[in-house]
Design a protein around this ligand. Structure first.
Ligand code: GLU
Length: 375
């Protein structure tokens, strides 16, 4: 694929999400890289001038706050440190963006979100509506995780996946992750001199083993594993994603011009609700199914009780669960129509026997196909 073809979705996107990693915004000594930030703000203004709306996902709160508080390990020694550092750093971070964007006549808006805001459908729609209004008002949204209240269980933990979710919520057409690495390599470039950058990744499965978790700078928390996970979420939503080097000046303009980086093209977009479901990060349980059921799901059918061989987790009706094939692969995710205890009772039973077991008229499926996505 030519560079122009790879880049077209990013150049043409009416709305583009740009994620900025901590190590770009914050120098090794913990101070903000203002001059660099000024060049990126200029890029955002250039995009705006040609009608492209940029939505920023900015890391850096913890790194900035850690310096201000004199905390060790970049503020990541404990959750309490990270929460305190984020609280102190976020106010700085928001100020930096507001100032830099204002220098180009742009208004910045801060949105701090937690995982739950994007996992629960109603809260998701609410966040989406706010983004919609901000973009309509010509404001540049700057998002980050609300790290000062997010605890381990309820946090994204990295802004890569957050950026993919934000793109979905904001109905963006492309996502660019600006990082201290300039893309995905065939091997770890720090260790293998022969490592080559991969320009285009049409098949995520084929590169899954190349993820090397942990970030190079030690400042952010994402690493390649989180970036590939972000690519998976974006892909399912029909949104292309790219990873490009951010450290030099004008990183956004440079990427849009040269295309240096790794591009993950979009899959044909799943319907929005299904894409939201794939992007969810918390599943409350697992249903193991037999080969016949796995095959039926592959043909677009609903999951019936008869094909379920085991039930794991304490989920309630309406929760998201994964469906696992006999070979151990997770093949689908969906919203389950019964509680875990009810599914345990009807697992392996034919539809005509279920009413008597439950004592009420059964639902048409354990997971209806409209509430399920194949993975
Ligand atoms: N939300 C974190 C921060 O602002 C960064 C998360 C990440 O490293 O991706 O510091």
């Amino acid at each position: 694929m030519s560079t122009d073809a790879r880049l077209a979705p990013f150049r043409d996107a009416a709305r583009l999400v740009v994620k900025v990693g901590s190590s770009l915004l914050v120098a090794a000594d913990g101070s903000a890289r203002r001059d660099w930030l000024a060049t990126l703000a200029e890029d955002v203004a250039t995009c705006a001038a040609r009608g492209q709306r940029v939505i920023l996902v900015s890391s850096g709160a913890i790194a900035l706050g850690a310096r201000l508080l004199g905390l060790k390990s970049g503020g990541r020694a404990s959750l309490e440190d990270a929460q305190a550092a984020a609280a102190v750093g976020q106010i700085r971070l928001a100020g930096l963006w507001a100032d830099q964007l204002a220098a180009h006549g742009l208004k910045a808006a801060q949105m701090l979100v937690t995982l739950g805001d994007f996992e629960e459908r109603r809260r998701w729609l609410n966040a989406a509506a706010t983004l919609e209004r901000l973009v309509a008002l010509g404001v540049v949204p700057v998002l980050n995780e609300n790290d000062s209240v997010a605890t381990e269980e309820i946090r994204f933990g990295d802004n890569d996946r957050l950026a993919a979710r934000v793109a979905q919520a904001a109905r963006a057409e492309a996502v660019l992750l600006l990082s201290d690495v300039d893309g995905l390599y065939t091997a770890n470039p720090d260790r293998s001199p022969d490592a080559r950058r991969i320009d285009l990744v049409p098949d995520l499965e084929a590169v899954a083993s190349l993820a090397d978790s942990g970030s190079r700078s030690g400042m952010g928390s994402g690493g390649m594993a989180a970036k590939l996970e972000a690519a998976r979420i974006a892909r399912a939503a029909g949104i292309p994603l790219a990873i490009a080097a951010g450290a030099g000046p004008h990183p956004l303009a440079r990427f849009l011009e040269t295309g240096q980086g790794t591009v993950f093209p979009a899959a044909p977009g799943a319907p929005a609700r299904k894409a939201w479901l794939v992007g969810r990060m918390v599943v409350e349980g697992r249903l193991r199914v037999d080969a016949g059921a796995a095959q039926a799901l592959g043909q677009g059918r609903s999951l019936l009780a008869a094909g379920i061989t085991a039930v794991e987790g304490g989920f309630a009706r309406g929760d998201a669960v994964d469906v696992v094939a006999p070979d151990g692969r997770t093949i689908a995710r969906g919203l389950v129509a019964y509680d875990a205890e009810e599914v345990s009772r009807i697992a392996g039973k034919r539809s005509d026997a279920i009413g008597a077991i439950l004592g009420y008229a059964p639902r048409s499926a354990v997971i209806h196909r409209d509430q399920m996505v194949m993975l």
